[in-house]
Design a protein around this ligand. Structure first.
Ligand code: SF4
Length: 226
């Protein structure tokens, strides 16, 4: 069964304009310097409910929920994810995914069954390895992003910004890369401290500088700030 690190029965924020439950899949092969939830990195340590228990909860909420978001960690790490997605769809609910694009071929296989994907674009591809601690990670994300953009599946490309790990040059390079790939939109979201997240210096209060925003808008896809 899917290994879960947690389960949220109702969220209004993890899938735009949808009421969703969120299943946090345990495990991630990367070690990002700023990981939002390092407690979800190690496989075999999941403290969430069993998938059968989650399915009982979901079956009682059919009609109240639009769907289920599989988040993490990195959900595509778990070989049982496709079965769990099928279970959710079998209830008449939609399935969505949060992913960092770590396993491009697994993402490609899953896309026909997904209603929405929240895709992390951490930085431009050339800078990935230093951020994730993993060789050739940017190459994998590039392939995953190609699959997503070609699929036509509804999605959000988002970059979490903190100047301690994604500086102005990296943001500009990311903007240009996404525009070159034909990305229809891009969300820039401010890194926020929360319990369990990796420690980072506090954010500068003027963020990002207006001059940088102007350049990102001029050189990248249509931009939204969060
Ligand atoms: S990809 Fe996500 S879950 Fe994995 S280490 Fe990086 S921030 Fe953490």
């Amino acid at each position: 069964m899917l290994e879960l690190g947690g389960f949220t029965p109702l969220s209004t924020t993890d899938w735009p304009d949808r009421l969703a439950a969120v299943a946090f899949v345990q495990g991630c092969p990367w070690r990002c310097t700023y990981c939002h939830n390092p407690g979800l990195q190690e496989r075999g340590t999941g403290r969430g409910p069993g998938w059968a228990e989650v399915m009982v909860t979901l079956s009682r909420r059919v009609g109240l929920l639009d769907g289920v978001v599989f988040s993490g960690g990195e959900p595509t790490l778990d070989p049982r994810l496709p079965d769990a997605v099928a279970d959710v769809r079998g209830l008449g609910l939609q399935a969505a995914l949060h992913t960092a694009g770590i396993y491009p071929e697994r993402l490609a296989a899953l896309l026909p069954d997904l209603a929405w994907v929240g895709f992390d674009v951490k930085t431009d591809f050339a800078r990935y390895d230093a951020l994730t601690g993993t060789r050739r990670s940017g190459d994998a994300v590039r392939r995953a992003l190609d699959h997503l953009l070609a699929s036509g599946v509804d999605h959000e490309l988002r970059t979490t910004y903190h100047p301690a790990y994604v500086d102005d040059d990296a943001l500009l390079a990311t903007a240009r890369t996404l525009r070159a790939l034909g990305a229809p939109a891009w969300v820039l979201q401010q890194w926020r401290a929360h319990e369990g997240a990796s420690e980072l210096p506090s954010m500068p209060w003027r963020w990002p500088a207006e001059a940088l925003l102007d350049r990102l808008r001029a050189e990248g896809p249509p931009l939204a700030l969060r």
